[in-house]
Design a protein around this ligand. Structure first.
Ligand code: ADP
Ligand code: ADP
Length: 228
């Protein structure tokens, strides 16, 4: 599903964020990306959803060589990848329903299809009854559930989640983790960067540890491995 071959990323200011990363992530895997702040985790994720392009090396996602993608093909690849952020990034003056529907409107789905599918995903994340609230009227955990609904509404094959529980209390974080686990169980590949030691140690999924722009550990049923 995702493959990197000798990927390097140097930012314009000269920072070497990734230094020769090679990795393969299969369809339907759930992968935690761990490591200290500044290690290169976000850069790793941004390269997958093509927010950044590699300085050197190859990245393919769902069969597309995304480093060399023609501009007009970018929307097709992005549609296949749902992204979830630590700070939710919902549109503030839109309701939960509208935030999720918007992701389908931009790909010009028919109104009827949108209505049916948005209600379906709002139900899946457990927030059908709060569809008409704006983000400011929802708790942090609920906002993240809406962000997840938005990420999955177009049926992507991959979800990239960059510290999705970073702003949430432990109990709410577990709810979000269970939701992502359910989405993975239904067939979506998930790559999640996290500092949540508890979650990583209890879930026992594949763990990639990144330090200084390199993958220094790749365990099948791994653990967090840091004290903080
Ligand atoms: P992490 O997510 O593990 O904290 P990042 O991928 O955000 O790590 O950052 C890796 C390194 O690249 C850090 O030294 C960071 O300061 C640097 N960096 C990240 N984004 C940029 C950018 N847009 N421009 C310059 N340097 C950056
Ligand atoms: P959390 O502890 O998860 O952040 P809150 O205590 O903020 O949760 O919210 C608890 C409940 O109150 C949630 O169901 C949320 O939807 C509702 N709520 C929170 N803030 C508002 C608000 N400004 N207007 C309406 N309902 C709210």
């Amino acid at each position: 599903m995702i493959e990197m071959q000798d990927v390097w990323k140097t930012y314009p200011n000269g920072t070497h964020a990734l230094q020769g990363v090679s990795v393969k992530i299969d369809r339907n895997e759930f992968v935690y990306v761990v490591g200290p702040s500044g290690a290169g985790k976000s850069t790793f994720m941004k390269l997958i959803y093509r927010e950044e392009v590699p300085t050197k090396g190859q990245i393919s996602v769902g069969g597309f060589n995304i480093g060399k993608l023609k501009q007009r093909k970018i929307p097709y690849v992005r549609r296949n990848i749902g992204v979830v952020f630590q700070d939710f990034r919902l549109l503030p003056r839109m309701t939960a329903y509208e935030n999720v529907a918007f992701a389908m409107e931009v790909i010009e789905a028919p109104k009827k299809v949108i209505k049916k599918r948005v209600n379906e995903v709002l139900d899946l994340v457990g927030l059908k009854n709060k569809a008409n609230r704006e983000p400011s009227q929802l708790s942090g955990g609920e906002q993240q559930r809406i962000a997840i609904a938005r990420a999955i509404v177009n049926n992507p094959s991959v979800i990239i989640a960059d510290e999705p529980t970073g702003n949430l209390d432990p109990e709410t974080s577990w709810g979000i983790m269970q939701l992502l686990d359910e989405i993975n169980f239904r067939g979506t590949t998930i790559v999640m960067a996290t500092h949540n030691r508890d979650i990583v140690n209890k879930m026992r999924k594949r763990v990639l540890a990144i330090e200084n722009g390199n993958i220094v550990r790749d365990q099948a049923r791994g653990e967090y491995g840091y004290e903080f």
